[in-house]
Design a protein around this ligand. Structure first.
Ligand code: SF4
Ligand code: SF4
Length: 164
């Protein structure tokens, strides 16, 4: 996995133009059964991928925290939401709550998430490759090919399977 992660940014950069073109096409000519196709590709990829060997998303980016996330996680720590925010979060340029530092403070040395049961929605859904209407999040998905080896493979598979 170390080698895969080391080479990923370069590989994603090589595919960047092609991926941009593909997602632009996908937006214009969205196949009828895209969501079902994505579900299959996502499940197949994550059956092969062990996130515990990777954790690159937790190490390099971290999620957005919604108000609901903040309430739930504060409660878990028996903190007031403002105390949780003061300790762990900052507001980014888009006015969203994000982690103060990466790797995420809740990531263990064994790559386990110490707040797994109450983790942010964005962590549960990352890399969003099984969400509805993936053609509407082309830029985000392309960005994720630089961070997530599974997202990279899924986009490669999309280009093979989706005939547009
Ligand atoms: S979601 Fe992607 S980046 Fe995150 S741990 Fe799994 S394979 Fe790695
Ligand atoms: S909260 Fe957990 S899953 Fe989310 S970035 Fe931190 S360690 Fe990873």
């Amino acid at each position: 996995m170390e080698e895969i992660l080391k080479n990923l940014p370069e590989k994603a950069k090589d595919k960047h133009k092609e991926n941009k073109k593909f997602f632009a096409k996908l937006r214009k000519k969205t196949p009828k059964h895209l969501d079902a196709q994505m579900k299959d590709m996502h499940e197949e990829e994550f059956a092969r991928t062990n996130c515990l060997e990777c954790a690159n998303c937790c190490k390099t980016t971290g999620p957005l925290f919604t108000n609901k996330d903040i309430e739930r996680i504060s409660k878990h720590f028996k903190l007031k939401p403002f105390q949780f925010i003061e300790t762990y979060l900052r507001v980014d340029e888009d006015n969203d709550f994000v982690l103060q530092t990466v790797p995420c403070a809740f990531l263990g040395a064994d790559n386990y998430c110490s707040i797994y049961e109450v983790r942010p929605k964005a962590c549960r859904e990352y890399p969003h490759t099984d969400r509805k209407d993936i053609h509407k999040i082309g830029n985000l998905t392309i960005e994720n090919t630089f961070i997530c080896p599974a997202a990279f493979n899924i986009v490669e598979e999309m280009k093979k399977r989706i005939k547009i």
